[in-house]
Design a protein. Structure first.
Lengths: 876, 113
């Protein structure tokens, strides 16, 4: 049977390409037959003309025989489908207004969906570019290199593991000093990800030791941009942060470390032997590869036991270990996942509304074409044939909509990428790919079929005799179709309300977030990042000298006041060592609370306008060799020094060696939002740069306050910095307001998108109800004419029409409120200081929608009032 | 992909197919020859309607039971010659057997008193 079918298909396909030949053959075959029959008739003694006629008579209907034969050789169903398409296209082209509105409506819905889907596809669906990425787990929190070594030695769950910490490095082998991102790794890191280098090799475990050789593995982009893709690069040396590194490998183009981009990879032990052996410096982002057959749960159980063992061995630093493993993909997308899913849900709602409008349009058109269809039915057209035709048209429209949607999606994606929050930064695979194309084609087809079926069905499901009469009377027609349209409009309003409530809640939360005082005044503050190379600035006094000189020169500039801080508020860097208070309640070793620490120089608090609540600011006298001092924030006082005068109290880092080097608190500064505007301030300790003991923290941020915009300020600052040391790169030049904006990028991204979708939904719902009311007014012209003729006033007619629309909208709004109460809980994590059921937002949105509905009904209602009864009564 | 049109000759379609295959079992032949052979061999009892013959020939060809080739007829005209394929021969044997059993059964029933 199957082979027979295949045989048929092959023959038919062949026939498809020689249709003319086939026709001629058939012609010839019949002609041959006729001539043979004619000849026989002649032999039997008939006359020549009679012979031919007899032969023809005998053959019967030549045309029918040929057509039947011909049908056999072709794909009859397929060809009727093609003719449906041709007819459909003709019908759509003949009604350009209708077609354009339908296509545009769908394009909006599908385009928005395709854009969001391509983000989801790039971020959540595409596998990470590592070997067997599902076997890789991420370790939380960060850990120290010695701990990683211990875990690697003891684990039976993992085949391999390694960590990375990305820090700025100075690249000085180029034409000007450049800051690049240096990935400080241990040997296991690249091995664990399982991506082989494109050139050369990666750092081996034997080289990843204290005093090991300074080798560097380059990223593809670094190799391309800074070394012009030199194929002979292996073995060459480049200068990074004042040291010479030998290039031993280049990674392939698509390789990115899991969390953040890095330009070069160097061994941490070779670059920073001292830090690499500190057990209590937990700064490595670590990743592990599960052994075959091991599960995450087994690994987790093993790790808990190891945590316990490490805590016993190193009580000073490892007491409260609580290591958690997460699947790599989850660890990278965990923060954006809920937001993306909410957005995807929202954009799905937009599509639903667009589809409802689409179905409404089709239905209106089908009702308008009812007479035609009824006549066709009466003439014997099969119901299934008519439905097929209607479906073909709706699918054609949907696919055109999908195509236009793709164009919109392309625009949408570039918009999305320009807004791209940092959390999506590492995902560079966001674009229209095959998956997205399939997705769009799929939803277009689905839309065309699902939302075309009801309209197609509703028109054929008619008693033709009844309909002919109905149509002839010109009364309110197609009751069932109208009911369906009304439900569609109600549903549109319900969905639009849900979206608008979502957007409203985000807007409210965002404006709350923006009005949160950061604790400093961000206006007219310029910031720039500087990093000192290790080779020439290994010791604190040398660093202090640089800092003092730079500040002196900058403060000599007119109209600018400059200071320095290690890490800016609201920027991602965050160091929080444990702090003990002299004379405080006794705390178990290793369990002391943490405090955020920051070093400053110059009048930092004054420049940032952070109020000093008690005591004083640092002065130039608080320098090396002088008594150690610190300024704490109010939160620190509240948590650690309750009921005490903080001024004069003494504190210290717990990891400082005995004897304690107590720092005396000389001032209390107001709280500053350090990690994010949405979170309360943590306890914080500020110390002077010049009294720092941590020579490895060689980076700093300049902050400059001006009274207003100062043109050329940045160039002037660079000049002054380079007059002190011409080899120092000046990077991350941002105003403080930019820094704040960057910290809000994720929220702004969510907000803008959801608001955009909500506006789309609002417009589509408005257009939907307008379309319905306009249509119903035109259908009821006769009735309205009668009403006016028997004395209805202008406002009676207005009320009649508006009431109809308002009922639908109100019904939709009520349903929408119920749905929104259930759904907004899903976005609780995206909201700041707003409950998901915020009554003000709900009320405002309901009023907005009601207003739009009234407006949309008012326009057709006004048209209804202008109905001239004489004309209306003659209508039809 | 069901054929929509009900064919008036449908009732005898199986029979016609069988007769065509039988005619071609003797060697390749053109459509006119098949019709003539059936007509003569049945002693002018069976008259194949040409309007049904050609669709039947093409249907059998599509099913892979026949193949065709263009050649020259006795009177030097271009004509399409059909011949039985291997699976056509098998099909002919099966249908012949089936026909025998059917007609025997029908005959037995008709012979009862």
């Amino acid at each position: 049977m199957l082979s027979e079918w295949r045989n048929k298909t092959v023959l038919r396909l062949k026939a498809l390409f020689r249709r003319k030949q086939l026709d001629r053959d058939m012609e010839d075959e019949v002609a041959f037959h006729l001539s043979m029959a004619e000849q026989k008739n002649l032999e039997n003694g008939l006359g020549p003309i009679e012979s031919r006629h007899a032969a023809c008579r005998q053959f019967g209907n030549c045309g029918l025989a040929k057509e039947r034969t011909r049908d056999m050789w072709t794909f009859a169903a397929f060809e009727s489908f093609l003719s449906d398409i041709r007819f459909g296209v003709r019908m759509l082209v003949k009604n350009p207004g209708f077609s354009l509105v339908a296509v545009f409506t769908l394009a909006l819905g599908i385009g928005a969906n395709a854009a969001i889907f391509s983000v989801i596809n790039g971020v959540l669906l595409n596998p990470l570019p590592y070997k067997d990425p599902e076997r890789i787990v991420a370790m939380r929190p960060n850990d120290s290199p010695p701990n990683l070594v211990d875990i690697q030695r003891e684990t039976r769950s993992f085949s391999q593991g390694g960590g990375i910490n990305v820090k700025n490095m100075d690249y000085t082998s180029g034409t000007e000093p450049m800051q690049v991102r240096g990935g400080y790794v241990n040997a296991g890191f690249l091995e664990t990800l399982g991506v082989p280098p494109m050139l050369g090799r990666i750092i081996s475990p034997e080289e990843d030791v204290k005093g090991g050789p300074r080798f560097v593995v380059l990223s593809y982009s670094f190799w391309q941009n800074f070394l012009s893709s030199d194929p002979q690069v292996l073995g060459k040396t480049i200068a990074l942060s004042g040291n010479d590194y030998t290039v031993i490998g280049v990674m392939p183009p698509n390789f990115v470390p899991p969390r953040e981009h890095a330009d070069v990879f160097v061994s941490l032990s070779a670059a920073y032997p001292d830090e690499a052996s500190e057990r209590d410096l937990h700064f490595m982002h670590a990743y592990w590869r599960l052994n075959p057959g091991m599960t995450l749960a087994q690994a987790q159980a093993e790790m808990s036991a190891m945590d316990h063992r490490l805590a016993g061995l190193y009580p000073d630093s490892e007491t409260d270990r609580r290591t958690v493993f997460l699947p790599l993909q989850e660890s990278l997308t965990g923060s954006v996942r809920p937001a993306l899913l909410v957005l995807f849900g929202a954009v799905g709602f937009v599509l639903l509304i667009a589809c409802a409008n689409f179905a409404g349009l089709l239905m209106a058109r089908a009702v308008a074409r009812r007479q035609e269809l009824v006549i066709r039915t009466a003439l014997g057209a099969g119901k299934s044939r008519l439905i097929c035709q209607a479906l073909t048209e709706s699918v054609l429209l949907a696919i055109a909509g999908g195509g236009a949607g793709l164009l919109l999606a392309r625009l949408g994606i570039s918009l999305l990428l320009s807004l791209k929050p940092a959390a999506l930064d590492r995902f560079n695979s966001i674009h229209l790919d095959v998956h997205v194309l399939f997705f769009v084609f799929g939803i277009s087809l689905l839309t065309g079929v699902v939302f075309g079926t009801a309209p197609a069905w509703s028109v054929t499901n008619l008693n033709s005799a009844e309909s002919l009469k109905d149509g002839a009377r010109g009364s309110t027609s197609g009751q069932s179709a109208n009911l369906l349209r009304k439900s569609l409009v109600t549903a549109e309003f319900a969905i639009a309300l849900v979206l608008l409530v979502g957007a409203g809640l985000l807007i409210k939360g965002f404006s709350r977030l923006r009005s949160v005082s950061p604790g400093f005044n961000p206006q007219h503050v310029m910031t720039m990042h500087l990093q000192l190379p290790e080779a020439r600035y290994a010791k604190i006094p040398r660093q202090t000298q640089f800092r003092v000189q730079v500040l002196e020169r900058l403060n000599a500039l007119p109209r600018a006041e400059a200071a320095m801080v290690m890490d800016l508020p609201l920027s991602p860097n965050y160091v929080d060592p444990r702090v003990v208070v002299d004379g405080g309640p006794p705390v178990a070793a290793g369990a002391e609370p943490r405090a955020q620490t920051n070093s400053v120089m110059g009048n930092y608090f004054h420049v940032m306008q952070i109020p000093i609540r008690a005591g004083r600011e640092f002065t130039p006298m608080d320098r090396e060799g002088q008594p150690l001092v610190a300024i704490v924030n109010e939160e620190f006082v509240k948590e650690r020094l309750p009921h005490r005068n903080p001024i004069g109290a003494r504190i210290d880092w717990t990891r400082a060696p005995e004897p304690q080097r107590w720092m005396t608190i000389v001032g209390v500064a107001a709280d500053v939002k350090d990690s994010s505007l949405g979170e309360p301030a943590d306890p914080a300790v500020y110390t002077p740069f010049s009294q720092s003991e941590q020579a490895w923290r060689r980076w700093m941020t300049l902050v400059l306050r001006t009274s207003g915009p100062v043109p050329g300020l940045v160039d002037e600052v660079k000049k002054q910095v380079w007059s002190v040391d011409s080899q120092i790169p000046v990077s991350d030049i941002l105003s403080m307001e930019d820094v704040m904006a960057v910290s809000l990028a994720q929220q702004r991204f969510n907000l803008l998108l959801l608001a955009l979708f909500a506006v789309l939904a609002l417009v589509l719902a408005g257009v939907g109800i307008y379309g319905l009311m306009a249509y119903s007014v035109s259908q009821r012209t006769h009735e309205i004419g009668v009403r006016v003729a028997i004395g209805a006033q202008r406002r009676d007619v207005l009320r009649l029409v508006v009431r109809d629309g308002a009922k639908l909208a109100l019904f939709g709004i009520v349903i929408g409120i119920a749905a929104a109460l259930g759904l907004t809980r899903l976005m609780a994590s995206m909201l700041f200081e707003v409950t998901p059921t915020d009554p003000v937002t709900f009320a405002a949105v309901a009023f907005l929608l009601a207003f739009v509905a009234l407006l949309a009904c008012y326009i057709p209602a006004r048209r209804a009032t202008r109905v001239d009864p004489m004309v209306a009564l003659r209508y039809e | 992909m069901k054929e929509k049109r009900e064919n008036p000759g449908d009732l005898l379609q199986g029979t016609l197919d069988l007769l065509i295959m039988k005619a071609l079992a003797r060697g390749s032949m053109h459509g006119y020859g098949v019709a003539e052979w059936i007509h003569q061999t049945s002693d002018d009892v069976l008259k194949v309607e040409e309007g049904a013959l050609y669709p039947a020939l093409h249907r059998l060809e599509l099913r892979g039971l026949l193949t065709s080739q263009w050649g020259t007829s006795d009177n030097n005209r271009r004509a399409k010659f059909y011949s039985l394929t291997a699976s056509g021969k098998k099909q002919l044997a099966q249908e012949t057997e089936f026909w025998r059993r059917m007609s025997g059964a029908v005959t037995r029933i008709l012979q009862t008193a």
